[in-house]
Ligand binder design. Structure first.
Ligand code: TXE
Length: 489
């Protein structure tokens, strides 16, 4: 079955393009998919436009839209194991992580199935008895939804569930590196009964299909998650037609650890916060900022555990971390390791590909820790998106907060301390979209996710994640119209 879904038809690419899909565990191409080019993107946009302008979906009642989202959640749960396997083959992440991802995706659909029922239209008291003033909401229109490769289905669900709940029509563009789980999701959306033209799927390189999907005047909204440079390009593309544009562009996330924290638990939280999914997480806590008096001890404990992380095939039950997503991405990570050494950072552990011959064909990299870092280093300031942690030291709380905020990004941060008041104080002083106290990483569909500064704009999840996909309109009705007599002539 072809993999592009345009105007309610599964079809091959107009120009016949195909792309190999590579398993990062062994570097083998295990399947191929259709590879779209600009004409496919154009057809998808126009189909979504027609469905929005003349189809039933934007005018369907919220109960019906809510029911469709619930059906999708049920189908995701039915196909949980198959989707999780696909995600592991595509990304290299462990099956345990992939299963959690599918559960989270279903939870997002269920959350927006409920949230869309919350009444947001409101009557405004304008202080006059001859006026009825209402603020009402509409879907925005045609939405281009572009997702990255680290959480392919999860990131897409944060966009497509609220977009559909609000009554929009969509064009989905997963990363060309990890397209398969989104193909599966589109099949489920069709099975759940989404009307013709409402959901369209375009697979292909961002450079080939991106310009059409982000510049086309028939598109009203673009939601993007990915790298900073691509995000900037997308903001430039959408500026011409002044589209509503939401971008989530990663982070350089600090983990602050105070001397009064429980050292063993702190080490565990730091380790998971940075090395989960080989550091390919936009909120990975890659910057350890630790109170000087415990720094050596904490770094030693984290390093000792980092050396024991079991790398391997994501499909094997004993594996704790998979490979990086691609050869190209590993080269980027290796470039940062070389840079760190040049900048004078001291390598504590890792800094190389694993010696195990069983892992030689995959894109593996050892968990890596650099001590002796400071904020002037590019290694400390730039997103490496790999298993690399840098260590900086502080003496006072004010210094810790200042370091934690000394980044162009602002997505997430953590503070570990035995003092609850300090935890709350520091959390509020950190200029990051999410802050964890004595934890690192959890999120829920009910709470907004997104960045400050160069981590992006707008929010996903929570009520704000639905508001992104709604237009607000003020309707003023004069019930006793009379001449204003403003102009006397
Ligand atoms: O991402 P891209 P890349 C960061 C991470 C990584 C870097 C580059 O630091 O090393 O980004 O990764 C689509 N118009 N993050 O190059 O290019 C592309 O096809 C429209 C952080 O792999 O940003 C894919 O679907 N779309 C991040 C999506 O953009 C375009 C997660 C993301 O790819 C396009 C991933 C264009 N001109 C990487 N060019 C996070 N925030 O979590 C590309 N795309």
């Amino acid at each position: 079955m072809p993999e592009l879904f345009i105007d309610s038809t599964w079809r091959p690419a107009a120009e016949g393009g195909r792309r190999e899909v590579v398993n990062p565990y062994d570097g083998e191409a295990f399947t191929t998919v259709d590879e779209a080019s600009a004409p496919d993107a154009e057809a998808a946009v126009l189909a979504a436009r027609r469905a929005f302008d003349t189809g039933p979906w934007p005018r369907t009642g919220v109960q019906e839209r809510s029911a469709l989202l619930r059906r999708v959640a049920d189908l995701l749960e039915r196909d949980r194991e198959e989707i999780a396997r696909t995600e592991t083959l595509d990304t290299g992440k462990t099956l345990v992580e992939s299963r959690i991802d599918v559960d989270d995706v279903a939870a997002v659909f269920r959350y927006y199935a409920e949230q869309v029922l919350v009444e947001v239209d409101r009557t405004v008291d304008v202080g006059r008895d001859d006026v009825v003033s209402r603020v009402v909401h509409h879907p925005v229109g045609v939405c281009t939804l572009i997702a990255p490769w680290n959480y392919p289905l999860l990131q897409m669900s944060w966009k497509v569930a609220p977009a559909l709940a609000a009554g929009n029509t969509v064009v989905l563009k997963p990363s060309e590196v990890t397209p398969l789980s989104t193909v599966h999701l589109v099949r489920l959306l069709v099975e759940a009964g989404v009307p013709d033209g409402v959901v369209n799927l375009v697979l292909g390189a961002g450079s080939a299909v991106g310009p059409v999907l982000t510049e086309h005047p028939a598109v009203d909204l673009v939601s993007f998650t990915g790298g900073l440079e691509t995000g900037r390009a997308i903001l430039r593309s959408t500026a011409q037609t002044v589209k509503r544009t939401t971008v989530e562009l990663g982070g350089k996330n600090p983990q602050l650890v105070f001397a009064d924290a429980d050292l063993e638990r702190a080490a565990d939280t730091v380790l998971t916060g940075v090395f989960l999914h080989a550091g390919q997480v936009c909120s990975a806590g890659t910057r350890l900022i630790v109170e000087e008096s415990i720094a050596d001890e904490l770094v030693a404990r984290v390093a000792e555990r980092a050396r024991r992380v079991r790398l391997g095939n994501g499909l094997d039950e004993g594996t704790e971390s998979g490979p990086l997503v691609s050869a190209v991405h590993r080269e980027k990570v290796e470039g940062y390791v070389r840079l760190g050494l040049q900048e004078g950072a001291r390598l504590v552990t890792g800094g190389r590909r694993p010696a195990d011959p069983d892992l030689a064909r995959g894109f593996f990299y050892e968990p890596t820790i650099f001590d002796g870092c400071d904020r002037s280093m590019r290694l400390v300031q730039e997103e490496t998106f790999g298993p690399i942690m840098t260590v900086e030291r502080f003496r006072t709380e004010a210094e810790a907060v200042e370091l934690g905020n000394d980044t162009a990004y602002g997505l997430a941060g953590g503070v570990q301390t035995g003092d609850d008041e300090r935890g709350e104080r520091v959390a509020r002083a950190l200029r990051h979209g999410t802050v964890w106290i004595n934890d690192f990483g959890p999120y829920v569909p009910q709470a907004e996710w997104g960045g400050m500064r160069m981590s992006g704009n707008g929010r996903e999840l929570g009520p704000a994640g639905l508001a992104e996909y709604r237009e607000t309109q003020h309707v003023w009705r004069n019930t006793k119209p009379a001449a204003a007599d403003w102009f006397k002539g």
